[in-house]
Design a protein around this ligand. Structure first.
Ligand SMILES: Nc1ncnc2c1ncn2[C@@H]1O[C@H](COP(=O)(O)OP(=O)(O)OP(=O)(O)O)[C@@H](O)[C@H]1O
Ligand SMILES: [Mg+2]
Length: 150
């Protein structure tokens, strides 16, 4: 069963705060798939997740590193942060051996839609959208970043 909840996020701090709230709810074995255009806020949400989980930072947008492990500072699960943008396909995701760590970690995959589903049957999917009309009430699934485009 899946349910969709939409949240309007007027500023980056709101995206981070949503991530923090979610991070406090996550447990070992959980998979979060982040979808959204370039710059939609996927890494920002992951920064909040990291705060909520209490893992060591910083969470950055990796240029060369595709997967990074952030150990817990509070005796909880580590955060495995994956940026699949540069991955060529499912075989390359396979090569990261994420299934080795998925049970004892929280795994977050940016650009994971269409790829990360192979990792777990259950997952939290978050769709981040930038809106030209801040605070619009248009329908859609997932979180919604409504930053005005500059
Ligand atoms: N809700 C928001 N409103 C306005 N700006 C935001 C919001 N969320 C994030 N941002 C800003 O948007 C920029 C891009 O954010 P971020 O790097 O998290 O996006 P991304 O989806 O990870 O990008 P990429 O596709 O390159 O991985 C940052 O400057 C961030 O502070
Ligand atoms: Mg990013």
């Amino acid at each position: 069963m899946s349910e969709a909840v939409t949240r309007v996020l007027p500023a980056a701090d709101d995206t981070r705060a949503l991530g923090r709230t979610l991070g406090e709810l996550l447990a070992a074995g959980d998979l979060v798939v982040l979808t959204g255009d370039l710059g939609a806020g996927k890494t920002t949400l992951t920064q909040g997740l990291a705060e909520g989980l209490g893992v060591r930072g910083p969470i950055t947008s990796p240029t060369f590193v595709i997967s990074r492990v952030h150990p817990s500072l509070v005796g909880g699960p580590a955060l495995v942060h994956v940026d699949a943008y540069r991955l060529g396909g499912a075989a390359e995701l396979d090569d990261l051996d994420l299934d080795e760590s998925i049970e004892e970690s929280v795994t977050v995959v940016e650009w994971g839609h269409g790829l990360a589903e192979q990792l777990a049957d259950d997952r939290l999917e978050v769709l981040l959208e930038r809106s030209r009309r801040p605070r619009s009430a248009a329908g859609g699934a997932g979180a919604r970043a409504t930053a005005p485009l500059g």
